[in-house]
Design a protein around this ligand. Structure first.
Ligand SMILES: Nc1ncnc2c1ncn2[C@@H]1O[C@H](COP(=O)(O)OP(=O)(O)O)[C@@H](O)[C@H]1O
Ligand SMILES: [Mg+2]
Length: 246
């Protein structure tokens, strides 16, 4: 059973065609990493999957529900998707635990006590239970990103989307965030991850998708796409990412 099916997805902004017919699936429990140069359309792809952007044409099906169907209940469908961005977007005036409760109460209509219990469970999962009553500004960037992950998990998503979750972090903080993501993957979460962390993709991904200029150039297991790429564009990208400055 596949959690996500993307079929012939196109997206244009005015005359700029950013996605030029994207096809792929994410099977339930799989981790798919999307890699590719800046501007290749990776963020647009994720934003089309959760309909933050309206695709120009094509289909996005999540758990058998076609999100691109004009009659679909978008809010209900989108609730099944957890999204983690480069920027954490925590409310600065709310404590960590309140940050994780607010959407549970407003969107899922959970009672305050239940929302708090679930918030603390998820904080424990990301190793930050002791920060529950701190404010975001008292946390490092890596800790804030782990809070953002806990916030997404508290909504019981069936799919987690990550858009370069470690790109805004100081290098020494990247490992803790990737560690949380690795644990999620081991626990069986279905994940679609845009990342430049090749070691993570190699070790955690079931499949790696290499995108360039709005198309998928290669899609396969990491040992193939990263370890033995078949296309020159993939090889050139990997050379630049793995050996910057050469
Ligand atoms: N809302 C938008 N309006 C116009 N152009 C956009 C918009 N969002 C993205 N683009 C353009 O689409 C292309 C792909 O962007 P993006 O999906 O962010 O790539 P990536 O995440 O791979 O760096 C870029 O040329 C970018 O300028
Ligand atoms: Mg991007």
């Amino acid at each position: 059973m596949s959690t996500v099916e993307i079929k012939d997805l196109h997206k244009s902004f005015g005359s700029l065609e950013v996605l030029k017919g994207i096809d792929f699936t994410v099977e339930t429990g799989q981790v798919v990493c999307v890699i590719g140069p800046s501007g290749s359309g990776k963020s647009t792809l994720l934003r089309c999957v959760n309909l933050l952007e309206q695709p120009t044409s094509g289909r996005v099906v999540v758990e058998g529900i076609e999100l691109t169907d004009p009659d679909v209940d978008i809010d209900a469908a989108r609730r099944r998707l957890g999204m983690v961005f480069q920027q954490f977007n925590l409310f600065p005036h709310l404590t960590v635990v309140r940050n994780i409760m607010i959407a549970q109460e407003r969107v899922l209509k959970r009672k305050r006590a239940e929302a708090e219990r679930i918030a603390r469970e998820n904080l424990e999962k990301v190793g930050l239970l002791e920060k529950a009553d701190a404010y975001p500004a008292q946390l490092s960037g890596g800790q804030q990103q782990r809070v953002a992950i806990a916030r997404a998990l508290a909504m019981n998503p069936t799919l987690m989307l990550f858009d370069e979750p470690t790109s805004a972090l100081d290098p020494e903080l990247v490992g803790d965030v990737l560690g949380v993501m690795r644990q999620l993957a081991e626990d069986g979460m279905t994940m679609l991850v845009v990342t430049h962390e090749m070691a993570f993709a190699r070790e955690v991904a079931d499949r790696v998708v290499f995108m360039d200029q709005g198309v998928i150039v290669e899609d396969g297991p990491p040992q193939q796409v990263i370890g033995d790429p078949q296309h020159e564009r993939t090889r050139e990208f990997l050379r630049r990412v793995l050996h910057p400055g050469d």
